[in-house]
Design a protein. Sequence first.
Length: 284
Amino acid sequence: MLLYAFYALVLTTVCAYAFFQGRYLKTPLTQTSIVLVIAHPDDEVMFFGPTLAELTRPEHGNTVRVLCMSSGNHDGIGETRKKELVASCKSFGIRESHVTILEREELKDGPKELWDPSLVGDQMNLYAKKHNIETIITFDDRGVSSHINHVACYVGLTYFIQTFKERTPVKSCYVLKSISLLRKYASVLDLPITMVMTEALMPMAPSISQWISTGNTTSVAGGSNYNADRSIIRPRELLFVSSPKAIAQAKGAMEKHESQMVWFRKLYVVFSRYMSINELRRVM
């Protein structure tokens, strides 16, 4: 019985994957300026690979930047890790001038280092104003791996929203949804579960009903963006599913982080769902 259930899961995954690779849903974030805020070098690919692979596609016309809150100097190899981050970002077509790495005494890398939310939020605000950022993407309140520095990025974003919402060029903020440990290491087999649980596919139903009643459809654009007042600002959720080419791109980017490629990270690259699937939730 379990074997049949596994076969059913595999078949469902193949069908779901084919749906996304047919690109029936398109990316809603286009022709805009985006910053990915991370805690350490390698976060950009270990957790946000599918997001970067999609948003940096040339046809979308986005300007994508990366703001890293620390150099990852917990083990004394911060200079090496900074170079690795730049090389990794280049794998996604992000130029070196669009990668900023902060080195502040108050933002040290470490599982016991508490970052001041106001400082993190202030850095986001200064960066957004300097580069006219319209969308910020970072971790959610669980930080995927519960790393205290990841969570600090979310808390800092919360401070940023509460303090600067009315005085910033930023129009939307998204956080990467954390999931259970079992799903986290299910790789692409988690896709059917994601499709059932995500809000990113929900606009398909209102779109169909509207098409029947009015003769045209609401723009679904890869995320849930249907609003009762028909005003579309940004979708509530985004779902990015990488193609085999994009997965290979992310793995190649991860290999740029040579100092971090110990045995358990090599296993992570193979089994982690975050190497192929990203689900983002809008918080502003």
